[in-house]
Design a protein around this ligand. Structure first.
Ligand code: FAD
Length: 417
């Protein structure tokens, strides 16, 4: 399948960069294009967690029950801007349809096919790039403030059991013995021994891009405007400044903006942005010596020692791509974090907002185009782009090179919508 043209990958986030790196590691000529430096989009600000247990179907009866409360409460972990709500209706109807019991199981089987190998794939990638220090030895604690909240979260424990993932439930003194900095308000915690975290999310993307370049791949600054095709399939990629790059294989991995390109190609992907926030705390000794990353599902936030400090973030805000950030969302998360870790020193901070590209059925699109030969899509990684990054690189490289992918990609096809 190798031709004289390079493979073009549009979008140098976690997803596109992992694909471009894997293709160069396999000897393909690659051009990775982004309008900004690699990893400066959504991939810049994630919570760094290799969230092996995070593949539950987002649409489920327990979510639906909470929706009215969330919509009425601006402090809720999930909010929707009323001005955006009408535009979201088609996506939301698909989201509800994805919550049928049979469909939920299919979605979780598909998520598990990526998640259960994700840690091994990331470790192997880091070893291949000689960058083992980009992954922490530390793991993650999932926190519950009440017995009721713990019971409400049992779906996730059942999910882990079903797919053979390890966890340990901690109570009382055992919680503080693991993490002395935690508030006594936590009554239950679940230790997630496989959920390591990346020590520097931007550094991870940068390292992949450098590794790709060291193997002959090219990094090009540019804005992809259009795809040229004829009866044979893709023929070239056109940039906004008029440059034309001849290629017969293009992977579109442009995060949220993949939707614009796929629509122009006549095969729209229903993507919504789930806007999320972080605050990076760089106060010396700001988090004390946190031993774990912390996730608090009821309040939808995480605290992770990463990027040289402590990062507090999470939240889901359905407000479209273009409205300005509502920094109150970030500050609510910091208040939650101070409650969880009373010694947290919030000084020397920066705030950030990013767009998780979310499909209505939770799982990404990892697919050849249904209509154009040589065109491929990788997007919709939602809350798990970092977790699925290395695995996405592997399976998309398989697809682009015409090999049978090592994961069955049928559930991730673009024409499932
Ligand atoms: C607050 C928050 C916390 C998160 N925490 C985690 C976590 O702990 N674990 C986890 O696994 N995931 C997490 N995620 C999700 C993860 O960050 C995303 O799934 C992931 O970053 C998506 O990567 P991407 O490459 O698809 O998109 P992006 O990183 O947005 O990359 C897309 C790139 O395409 C470029 N681009 C777009 N259009 C064009 C064009 N026309 N021409 C050229 N370039 C273009 C953009 O400049 C951008 O660089 C989190 C997300 C958020 C917001």
């Amino acid at each position: 399948m190798q031709t004289s043209h390079p493979v073009v990958v549009a979008g140098a986030g976690l997803v596109g960069t992992a694909i471009a790196r894997e293709l160069s590691a396999r000897g393909e000529k690659v051009i990775l294009i982004d309008r900004q430096e690699p990893g400066r989009g959504t991939s810049f600000g994630n919570m760094a967690s290799i969230a092996i247990n995070g593949f539950d179907a987002a649409s489920r009866p327990s979510t639906w029950k909470k929706l009215p409360f969330w919509m009425m409460n601006p402090q809720a972990p999930v909010t929707a801007d009323p001005r955006h709500a009408v535009r979201m209706i088609p996506w939301f109807l698909r989201f509800l349809a994805a919550g049928r019991p049979n469909r939920m199981r299919e979605i979780e089987d598909a998520g598990a096919s990526l998640a259960t190998r994700a840690l091994d794939d990331i470790r192997k990638l880091l070893a291949d790039m000689n960058a083992p220090s980009l992954i922490s030895d530390a793991t993650c604690l999932q926190l519950y403030e009440t017995e009721q909240a713990f019971r409400d979260g049992r779906d996730n424990l059942e999910l882990m059991k079903r797919y053979g993932l390890d966890y340990e439930v901690l109570t009382g003194g055992a919680i503080r013995a693991h993490e002395p900095l935690l508030t006594r308000a936590i009554v239950k915690a679940v230790l997630l021994p496989q959920n390591h975290f990346i020590t520097d999310p931007l550094g991870y993307v940068t390292r992949m891009a450098e590794d790709m370049q060291s193997r002959g791949g090219e990094l090009l600054r540019g804005d992809v405007a259009r795809v040229e095709r004829d009866i044979r399939g893709v023929t070239a990629v056109l940039l906004k400044d008029g440059r034309r790059i001849e290629s017969d294989r293009l992977v579109v991995a442009a995060g949220m903006e993949t939707a614009d390109i796929s629509r122009a190609m006549g095969e729209p992907i229903p993507l919504e942005t789930e806007r999320g926030y972080h605050t990076q705390i760089m106060a010396p000794g700001g988090g004390g010596d946190l031993r774990y990353s912390l996730i608090w599902p009821e309040r939808a936030f995480m605290v992770t020692p990463t990027a040289g400090g402590i990062r507090v973030g999470g939240s889901v805000e359905m407000a479209g791509l273009h409205r300005p950030p509502n920094w109150r969302r970030a500050r609510i998360l910091v208040e939650h974090a101070k409650f969880a870790v009373p010694s947290l020193k919030v000084e020397n901070t920066t705030e950030w907002m990013g767009h998780r590209p979310a499909t209505p059925d939770t799982i990404p699109v990892l697919s050849a185009s249904a209509g154009t030969k040589g065109l491929f899509y990788a997007t919709g990684h939602g809350h798990l782009g970092l977790t699925y990054s290395a695995t996405t690189g592997i399976v998309m490289a398989d697809l682009v090179m015409g090999r049978t992918p090592s994961v069955d990609l049928t559930p991730f096809r673009i024409d499932r919508f």
